[in-house]
Design a protein around this ligand. Structure first.
Ligand code: NAP
Length: 435
């Protein structure tokens, strides 16, 4: 009997795990179970729509999806169509690769006002994730505020200011493009509570802002240190220096006036309250200083009028019924990917939301090593039981061949140099399949 493995989640962590299992010499049978009809998780719905080359890795994942030993079960949700306990009863190993679908929430007063969004919702909206198709953010504002100094904050700020022409070769959701390009938005403020050397964004992403044709990145030179602090060396120093050099270029730029939009990168500004009556009207921030790594308020406040606030303050995994959860860290507690015999985790649910796409590859290797050493020859029936169970429950399994039909329809609908026009609802996707 083959070793039967169910991988829940078809993002990078899930597919790297399928790759690793398929590359092993073990006799395995792999079923990739995905809540949406569409595969690839973050590659489709997280990576910025204007970063198409990052998405190329999906082609490699496809080889695992169509391998003889694997099968794709799209449109099958854990907890809705099948429970974790049931999967564990049917499969020798279950690997949870479900990522971090929620946000680190803002807890300041006013965070629940209309017009305030977490990054998972906002990024999902512009990336045509079906959960956020109807977000309909109010972009009738000339200023927007993005909270956070990470790569997601940079992505959001950039997407908000790029022009239709600039996004022509992207797969930005159609509904999002129409809303963004009609907006009077002129100023985006990316605000962070720490200083330039503590920012989480990476230099490639920061430098990319210089290429925006109608928007100038603006940095206050007074916020930049003259030199790196003592004691920082090696790789950390090189990365900090690169960011500092880029920020200095922005601070010294002379062509700012020729571009009609501004992207302000503001350090030492901690959001303390979002103001408004039902809908956000302004955000109040306190100027800060960072002492021994700790953020301290200075007692000096300022406000930015806006109708749009996006908190790009980090992602967070959602607990799964039947699995333990460390609420503090927002992960399933594990020992290098092993939760217990038969249950494994990879990617952001294992180690929190950090790193780039390929950072999940080592997770896949560890989980595979555990599975192969823990489980021997297997013996559970896997898809022989899952298939009939899903049928009995009336679940509509979207196979990989079905997905290819959806993909072909998206490719065919693309206009003006875009790689595809994404469907943004499950209904539209199933309609392509004649349902
Ligand atoms: P992140 O890198 O952890 O950045 C989160 C930002 O939010 C930090 O600046 C953090 O500030 C701030 N923050 C957190 N809680 C806050 C609060 N309560 N109030 C104010 N600010 C708060 O997270 P991310 O940007 O969501 O990115 C997630 C991962 O995806 C990262 O590893 C990122 O590099 C990766 N990613 C990569 C790319 C790419 O390679 N192009 C693109 C997108 C995402 P503090 O430092 O003060 O906590």
């Amino acid at each position: 009997m083959p070793l039967t493995v169910a991988i829940v989640g078809s993002g990078p962590a899930g597919f790297y795990t399928a790759d690793a299992l398929l590359s092993s010499s073990a006799d395995v049978e792999i079923d990739i179970i995905e809540r949406l009809p569409t595969p690839f998780g973050l590659i489709r719905a997280g990576v910025a729509p204007d970063h198409q080359t990052t998405k190329n890795v999906a082609r490699k994942f496809e080889k695992s999806a169509i391998a003889d030993k694997s099968r794709y079960y799209g449109n099958i949700a854990l907890g809705r169509d099948v429970t974790l306990d049931e999967l564990r009863g049917m499969y020798d190993a279950v690997v949870l690769a479900v990522g971090a679908a929620s946000d680190v929430k803002l807890t300041i007063p006013g965070a629940d006002l209309d017009g305030v969004y977490g990054s998972s919702a906002f990024v999902g909206w512009y990336n045509a994730h079906p959960d956020f198709r109807w977000l309909d953010p109010d972009l009738d504002t000339d200023q927007a505020v993005v909270i956070g100094l990470g790569n997601v904050a940079i992505d959001i700020a950039r997407i908000l200011v790029r022009t239709r022409t600039g996004m022509a070769s992207s797969d930005l959701a159609y509904h999002a493009g129409e809303a963004i390009w009609q907006s009077p938005l002129r100023e985006v403020h990316m605000v962070g509570r720490r200083g330039p050397l503590d920012a989480k964004f990476t230099n490639v992403e920061l430098r990319e802002l210089a290429d925006l044709t109608t928007c100038a990145p603006v940095v206050d030179p007074a916020q930049l240190p003259d030199a790196l602090p003592e004691g920082v060396d090696g790789r950390e120093a090189r990365l900090m220096q690169r960011n500092l050099d880029t920020l200095r270029d922005y601070a010294n730029a002379e062509d700012c006036g020729t571009k009609e939009k501004r992207l302000h990168i503001r350090f030492y500004a901690n959001p303390v309250e979002i103001l408004g009556d039902g809908h956000v009207e302004a955000i109040r921030l306190e100027k800060t200083e960072v002492i021994d790594g700790r953020v301290k308020g200075t007692g000096e406040f300022f406000e930015i009028p806006t109708r749009l606030v996006v908190a790009a303050t980090g992602y967070r995994s959602i607990p799964i019924e039947g699995a333990p959860f460390d609420d503090q860290r927002g992960i399933i507690p594990n020992d290098d990917g092993k939760v217990e015999d038969g249950l494994y985790v990879v990617g952001w649910i294992k180690r929190g939301p950090s790193g780039v796409i390929s950072s999940s590859r080592p997770d896949a290797k560890s989980a595979t090593a555990h599975i192969l050493s823990d489980l021997g020859d297997g013996g559970k029936p896997g898809r022989r039981t899952l298939g009939p169970l899903l049928k009995e429950r009336g679940a509509r399994v979207v196979t990989y061949a079905d997905w290819k039909r959806i993909e072909a329809a998206e490719d065919a609908a693309a206009e003006n140099g875009a790689p595809r026009r994404k469907y943004a609802t499950v209904e539209e996707m199933l309609e392509v399949l004649g349902e």
